[in-house]
Write a protein that binds this ligand. Structure first.
Ligand code: SF4
Ligand code: SF4
Length: 303
């Protein structure tokens, strides 16, 4: 990757409007960095947070905190838009009225073993993109040097791969790969896909971040009237968050890009259309009845 391509990636990343300009790292790059309890800046990075979350980050944290995804989102996240079409993203919500992470403790991160991907990577950032004329996703690493972070002056040097292994990011990257591919595909989608509707954004939010609500959706009669999910697969989706997340990514490809991932019952589309029409008729009839009642009320008492 050359500097110009790297610049394109930055313009399409969370760093676009940031005063911190990342430095491009080649694949065999080494970084000089160490973070430990005795650095003078201990907790400085967690005192002023901007941490986007992947779906897998949320799974790990909700499990650790023994919460539903809805409870986690309410208490620990804030929504943001990942692109100009309102693609929904979520970030960690800081403490009430402040900028510090709710998980920060004097000893460091209170959820260390399950800390999000961005916290693991820092001060390295992972950038992923795909051009509309390419079929493969491309990743690059960048170094984020912030003035408050003194870890860059510590005497420890290692390669990016060693740092990734030390921070345990391989599993996090693997589990978030399908979601990242979906995000770059949506960002690079051409006019044939069109502007996402509010409903497709809601679906994206639910399948990506609110896995327990997505499970209720998958178990609902209307979903099962439409889609033909074998009983043993449904049993796995009900029991296993990670399997449900994988299924959700495939379902989004099916629903957003028309990719043939989920089998529909024969005639399901026509039945759904007929149900919608019947509902619209019912609403029209109810509206007419309501109008007639109002008319009756208007004239009652005038005799
Ligand atoms: S989750 Fe942990 S590492 Fe990440 S910002 Fe919060 S306290 Fe810091
Ligand atoms: S060295 Fe950097 S990452 Fe470590 S506590 Fe200080 S600011 Fe945070």
């Amino acid at each position: 990757m050359n500097e110009a391509e790297f610049k394109d990636m930055i313009e399409d990343s969370p760093f676009a409007g940031s005063p911190v300009k990342p430095i491009m790292l080649t694949e065999d790059a080494t970084l000089q960095f160490r973070c430990h309890r005795d650095v003078k800046c201990w907790n400085a990075c967690c005192s002023n947070i901007d941490i986007p979350l992947t779906p897998y980050d949320i799974l790990r944290l909700k499990k650790r905190l023994d919460m539903s995804s809805g409870e986690f989102l309410n208490q620990y996240s804030v929504p943001f838009e990942m692109d100009k079409d309102g693609m929904p993203g979520v970030k960690l919500k800081p403490v009430e009225g402040g900028t510090a992470c709710q998980f920060m403790t004097p000893e460091g991160c209170g959820v260390y073993e399950d800390r999000p991907t961005s916290c693991r990577y820092y001060p390295v950032a992972l950038l992923t993109m795909r051009r509309s004329d390419e079929y493969v996703d491309r990743s690059a690493y960048a170094m984020v040097k912030e003035r408050h972070c003194l870890g860059h002056f510590e005497d420890k040097t290692q390669t990016i791969e060693q740092y990734r292994a030390e921070q345990g990011v391989a599993e996090y990257d693997e589990k978030a790969r399908a979601w990242r591919q979906l995000v770059v595909k949506r960002k690079s989608a051409g006019p044939a896909i069109g502007t996402p509707t509010p409903i497709s954004n809601q679906l994206f939010f639910m399948a990506s971040y609110d896995v327990d609500r997505f499970r209720a959706f998958v178990m609902s009669p209307s979903f099962n009237d439409t889609y033909n999910i074998p009983v043993e697969i449904m049993a796995t989706l009900i029991a296993d968050d990670e399997a449900l997340l994988d299924f959700g990514m495939n379902f989004l490809r099916h629903a957003l890009f028309g990719e043939d991932f989920v089998e529909q019952h024969p005639g399901a589309y026509e039945k759904r259309l007929a149900r919608k029409r019947a509902l619209a008729e019912q609403n029209k009839e109810a509206g007419f009845q309501k109008k007639m009642e109002l008319e009756d009320d208007k004239y009652s008492g005038e005799h």
